[in-house]
Each structure stands twice: as structure tokens, then as C-alpha cells.
Design a protein around this ligand. Structure first.
Ligand code: AMP
Length: 359
């Protein structure tokens, strides 16, 4: 594909805050964004040039999107992988392609792929029914984490199993769905790397972020975080393997556990821009959203050099009501997502607090 000229149209499947920030970045480079989302009042539609409101599997809507878009990307990894295949069949380029989505959507496929490309993970076992849990617990040890294979995010669809006696109840708690049992990662901290791959195969990684979750939801990221050269090299090697083996185009977030030994285990990867990369909006020469737009448009990747140290804090639910106080903080950059209803735990915005890089 030739690099897209400014004035071209980028289609985005999904209408959340990630789509919104992609649309803002795309607009700055002269592109128009068409968002396709099932919900009319979504965050991204408010800043996109056009919104197609339809379910992702609506054939007429997909045809309309393919008609206007020069390339289609997504901001939401639970878009059915077949939809991306359909768009390709309609003759429109998609980036990333359907394989990255299909692998990331199933935790068993994902871990199997990761191990095959030399990206280590915790031990795991496939759970098709409660009878599979006891032998898996014997193999992996207790406590272990039972997660649905598909459609889990932000800590949803997962539950700890403390002992054999809890196995059946745990399977009920996740809705008796096909699952994976994961050994507990005995980590000292959680880190992530935001990595990009261009159409020419070039890979660029941002500095590592250290992440803090509460109840499975990201609360804060701090970046660039202190890490040894060996840790950074491991993270970048892992990211490059994943991107290259998927023939990936675009930005990806790779979440990892750092063990006491310094070894990194991959928890999961997200085939899209990522919450732990929001710090780049104010902390880097080119942020993750512009980087993704550059990659999918076939432009050269931009520099990932950090310009400041950033503490990123998610604003959940009513926390975003403090916008006036936050806006008055001199070192804070406020990002609000234009969502109407501040339901408890809903990601309404984030704040990046900047300080100079040391040395
Ligand atoms: P996930 O939905 O897989 O991103 O998991 C959400 C959070 O649960 C992670 O960020 C970790 O804090 C925790 N977690 C997930 N998997 C494991 C594991 N195998 N061992 C320990 N903690 C985990």
C-alpha cells in the first residue's frame, strides 16, 4: 500500500475513548476519521468526521465503511475477527489484520502463540468444564486464576481458586464458560511496553511503564519507569517477536509481570492503542495515537523519545467531576472523554502529571 495522503479517510471500528484520541491524532495529520460503533452517543463519534451507527456485523454498514475508508483499524479488541475478514473481502485494507485480533481474543490461543514465539507466560491449562479444574490445580498449584477464554477485560470474567473445594463454585462464578486456569504470577510489579510496527517492518518501542491495577482495572501508570538495561532488552525483544510473527501493523500494548529475578512474563497483549500508553500523549515526541495513525497510513514511524516523566491517573466515574481542580494543577494535563454518564468505575478521562526527566 502506498502511504496515504492527508485528506484520506481512516475507518475506526469502536467508539470509545481510544477511538476518540485516535481521531484527534488523525485529524492533526490531515486525515478524516469515520467511526463505526453500535452506540450513537459514543465518545469517538463526537470528534470524528463521520459516524456509522450499526452493530459490527451489519453487512450494509460494513459495505458503507469500506466504500469511504482508505484503511480500517480498530480500537476495541472484541470486534469479531470475521468482521475484519469481511472488510478485507470488500477490498479495504485493515491494520492490524484479523490474525492479531483472533489470537488476542482467546486467552488459550494467545498464551499458546506467545510461548511458541519465545515470549514466556505463566503456566496454564485449558478448562472446558469443572472436571478439568482439579488436575489443572494439581499441575499449577493453588491459588490459581480462572479466566474466561474470551471477552474478559478490566478484571471481568475471572476469579481466584484457593483450593480444590472451591473448583465447582469458581466455574459457576465465571458463568460456566470455556476457560483457562493460570498459575499465579509471583510478580514484584507490572510493567508494559507500547510498541509499534510500520508497514515496512520497522519496530519502535516506547520506554517501559509501571502499572497499578485495582480490582483488575488500571488506576495509574508511571513512565518512563526505572528498569535495568536487561529488563528493557527483554521487553523490547518480546514485543518485537510478537509484532513480527503476527506481521502486525500499528500500535500494540504488551502487559508483563516482572518477577523478583528480573525475568518478564507476558500477561497479555492488546492489538490496539493501550491505556498504559496514555502517558505518551504528554510525555513523548510522538504519542501512541499518532504512532498508530502513522503506521496504518503507511507513514514512517515517529520518534518514541520521552520528553518528560509522567504519572498517568485514570479518572473513574465521578472522579472526573473534579475537572476544575485538576485543570488548575500547573503540571497536570487533563484528558476528558466526553462521556455522558459517569457510572461507577467507568473510564471518564485521565490526567497526566508531568515532571522533568532526571539526568
Ligand atoms: P487481565 O485481565 O489478564 O489483564 O488481568 C487483570 C489483572 O489481574 C492483571 O493486571 C494482574 O494484576 C492480575 N493478574 C492477571 N493474571 C494474573 C496471574 N496469572 N497471576 C497474578 N495476577 C494476575
Amino acid at each position: 500500500m502506498k502511504p496515504l495522503s492527508p485528506g484520506s479517510t481512516i475507518g475506526v471500528l469502536g467508539g470509545g475513548q481510544l477511538g476518540r484520541m485516535l481521531a484527534l491524532a488523525a485529524a492533526r495529520l490531515g486525515f478524516d476519521v469515520v467511526v463505526m460503533t453500535p452506540r450513537a452517543d459514543d465518545s469517538a463519534g463526537r470528534v470524528a468526521a463521520r459516524t456509522i451507527v450499526a452493530p459490527y456485523d451489519d453487512d450494509a454498514a460494513l459495505a458503507a465503511l469500506a466504500e469511504v475508508a482508505d484503511v480500517v483499524t480498530f480500537e476495541f479488541e472484541n470486534v469479531p475477527a470475521e468482521v475484519v475478514g469481511k472488510l478485507q473481502a470488500l477490498g479495504v485494507e485493515t491494520a492490524p489484520g484479523p490474525r492479531a485480533l483472533a489470537v488476542a481474543q482467546d486467552r488459550v490461543e494467545e498464551k499458546t502463540f506467545l510461548n511458541a514465539v519465545g515470549a514466556p507466560t505463566v503456566g496454564f491449562a485449558v478448562i472446558d468444564g469443572p472436571a478439568d479444574i482439579l488436575p489443572a490445580l494439581d499441575k499449577l498449584g493453588a491459588p490459581a486464576l480462572l479466566k474466561t477464554r474470551r471477552e474478559g477485560y478490566d478484571g471481568k470474567g475471572q476469579t481466584w481458586i484457593e483450593s480444590h473445594a472451591d473448583a465447582h463454585a469458581a466455574f459457576d462464578r465465571i458463568g460456566r464458560r470455556p476457560a483457562i486456569l493460570e498459575a499465579r504470577a509471583d510478580f514484584v510489579r507490572e510493567v508494559s511496553v507500547i510498541a509499534a510496527r510500520g508497514r515496512d517492518g520497522e519496530v519502535a518501542c516506547y520506554p517501559l511503564a509501571e502499572n497499578h491495577h485495582e480490582g483488575g482495572v488500571l488506576r495509574r501508570s508511571s513512565a518512563p519507569t526505572k528498569a535495568s538495561a536487561a529488563t528493557v532488552e527483554q521487553a523490547e525483544t518480546i514485543a518485537a517477536r510478537i509484532l513480527t510473527r503476527l506481521d502486525y501493523v500499528g500500535v500494540m500494548g504488551v502487559e508483563m509481570f516482572e518477577l523478583k529475578s528480573g525475568r518478564l512474563l507476558v500477561n497479555e497483549f492488546a492489538p490496539r492503542v493501550h491505556n498504559t500508553g496514555h502517558w505518551t500523549l504528554d510525555g513523548c515526541e510522538v504519542d501512541q495515537f499518532e504512532q498508530h495513525v502513522r503506521a496504518v497510513a503507511g507513514w514512517p514511524l515517529g520518534p518514541t523519545t520521552p520528553l518528560a516523566h509522567v504519572e498517568m491517573e485514570n479518572l473513574l466515574g465521578e472522579e472526573a467531576d473534579a475537572w476544575a481542580r485538576l485543570a488548575a494543577e500547573p503540571e497536570a494535563r487533563l484528558w476528558l472523554y466526553g462521556k455522558g454518564e459517569a457510572r461507577a468505575g467507568r473510564k471518564m478521562g485521565h490526567v497526566n502529571r508531568l515532571r522533568p526527566l532526571k539526568g
